[in-house]
Design a protein around this ligand. Structure first.
Ligand SMILES: Nc1ncnc2c1ncn2[C@@H]1O[C@H](COP(=O)(O)OP(=O)(O)OP(=O)(O)O)[C@@H](O)[C@H]1O
Ligand SMILES: [Zn+2]
Length: 473
């Protein structure tokens, strides 16, 4: 039975999705105005692990992660660099998508704010009609927080004094109201709206895009714990006010922050380690394994030592997978298992139970990873010293199962060896050997090679000093 910690109730709850068998999840993605950093990766990998585990236990999980492609931070960055804001967005969204791919994180939809402007306007219009939002003299529209009775519960801020929002505009009814639509300022990008030209505020996008792709009630809303207030508090107020659905989101899940020297890794604190730089020193799978083997709610500290530890874990794990793969080619099924093999089988089956138990307990990937490492010990010691068909086969299957969550052994598990063999270089080598034979006037053998390669669809063209080859299509 899967239990999940819900930030809203501050307790563990039994996981029961809105629609049986299907899990709809929305995770707040980046504002693309700078390079993606390790802190971002912490959150993306954590939700990827959660989604993969849900799929492993049979749910059809659907994952939406937005890209905020219009925001003050983007506009300011463009201004500082003397560029168009779209150039900034292009550059950093490419960087983000590239990092996700390298981290083996695949999201189902990456909706962008600027491609949902008409839905955003529609949402705001309906909030105004229902009396939850008001148009200020400037043409900006604000959410009227006093009209939503449950404000502050998600973040545990019961006192209004703790609600003040970043945008201190004198035209707001209350300091804690927040902008849904920001009236155009000179030199800024804008879209037309019923309230005049402007652009969306930050929080509205996630309410709009989640409902477009997941409906007006869904299962998991995630992001880093830095987003609980005001972002998620505001999203919740808007959505519950408009949809009247309670709860709008069944499980609010938040990752613990990644820190450096005791502080959140963040662009504003200028302590970021961009992923693109880190990937020069560490294989992205090392970074992935480190993050995928941590509990998503813990605070993590970034250090070289921790990555070196992850690197050695990855080597050990990949070595174990390669070893069982090799052993499997050598062993034959036997008619009887030894007592030792029976003990090994029992232990592996216990490791499998421990793994699921840990993951069922609020996705405790750190405890689950202990089972993975214990499996590698069994493989390196008992299985490799006395391999038997059954123990090798089951160890391999178990690694494959664990990898569906960890996602660091895909090339070993799923790619056929031809994808890892340098085929082109091999053909070059054969052609080179044939040319040696030709220089020795061994026409018979060199013709034989030409004809055998031709059977494989490889055509040789002898020129004066060299031989070219190409694939017949
Ligand atoms: N240090 C961190 N640790 C864990 N998650 C983080 C960290 N920094 C950002 N995130 C998460 O990554 C996702 C994208 O973040 P976003 O682009 O909004 O960050 P940001 O606020 O622009 O970055 P920064 O804080 O560096 O200025 C969000 O879900 C956010 O909670
Ligand atoms: Zn969001």
């Amino acid at each position: 039975m899967l239990q999940v910690y819900n930030t809203l109730s501050r307790s563990l709850e039994v996981f029961q999705p809105v629609n049986p068998g299907r899990v709809l999840m929305y995770v707040c993605g980046p504002t693309v105005y700078d390079y993606s950093h390790v802190g971002h990766a912490r959150t993306y990998v954590a939700f990827d692990v959660i989604k993969r585990y849900l799929r492993l236990i049979g749910y059809d999980a659907f994952h939406v992660q937005n890209i905020t492609d219009i925001d003050d931070k983007i506009i300011n960055r463009a201004r500082d660099e003397g560029k168009n804001w779209r150039e900034i967005v292009d550059e950093y969204s490419k960087d983000y998508l590239d990092a996700l791919k390298k981290l083996n994180v695949f999201v189902d939809i990456h909706p962008r704010v600027t491609e949902h402007i008409s839905e955003i306007i529609d949402f705001i219009q309906k909030l105004i009609e229902k009396g939850h939002a008001y148009v200020a003299p400037s043409g900006s529209v604000y959410f009227d927080v006093d009209t939503y009775g449950d404000y502050g519960r998600l973040s545990g801020r019961q006192d209004k004094k703790m609600w003040s929002q970043e945008e201190f505009a004198t035209e707001k009814k209350n300091p804690y109201d927040f902008a849904l639509w920001k009236a155009r300022k000179p030199g800024e990008p804008y879209w037309d709206s019923p309230w005049g030209p402007g652009r969306p505020g930050w929080h509205i996008e996630c309410s709009v895009m989640s409902s477009r792709y997941l409906g007006t009630r869904f299962d998991i809303h995630g992001g880093g714990s830095d987003l609980i207030f005001p972002h998620h508090e505001n999203e919740r107020a808007q959505s519950e006010s408009l949809f009247g659905e309670k709860p709008w989101v069944k499980y609010w899940m938040h990752t613990g922050m990644l820190q450096v020297g005791g502080e959140k890794m963040s662009k504003s604190l200028k302590n970021i380690v961009p992923l693109k730089d880190l990937f020069n020193s560490y294989d992205p799978l090392v970074v992935r394994l480190w993050l995928a083997s941590a509990h998503y709610r813990t605070i993590l500290s970034f250090s070289d030592e921790i990555l070196q530890q992850a690197r050695s874990n990855l080597e050990r794990l990949r070595g174990a997978a390669l070893l069982v793969q090799k052993l499997f080619k050598e062993v034959e099924p036997a008619g009887r298992l030894s007592d030792e093999d029976l003990v090994t089988l029992k232990e592996m089956s216990q490791l499998r139970r421990d793994f699921y138990e840990a993951m069922n307990s609020d996705f405790n990937a750190s405890a689950a990873f202990a089972s993975v490492m214990q499996l590698t010990s069994i493989i390196y010691s008992r299985i490799s010293s006395k391999p038997s068909y059954t123990t090798v086969y089951i160890a391999y299957r178990l690694l494959e199962e664990f990898n569906r969550v960890l996602g660091v052994l895909d090339d070993i598990m799923y790619e056929t060896p031809s994808e890892t063999i340098p085929v082109e270089q091999l053909v070059d080598l054969i052609v080179e050997v044939r040319n040696v034979l030709r220089s020795q006037r061994n026409w018979e053998l060199s013709d034989y090679i030409r004809s055998r390669l031709s059977d494989l669809g490889i055509v040789l063209m002898d020129e004066k000093n060299k031989t070219r080859w190409l694939l017949r299509r």
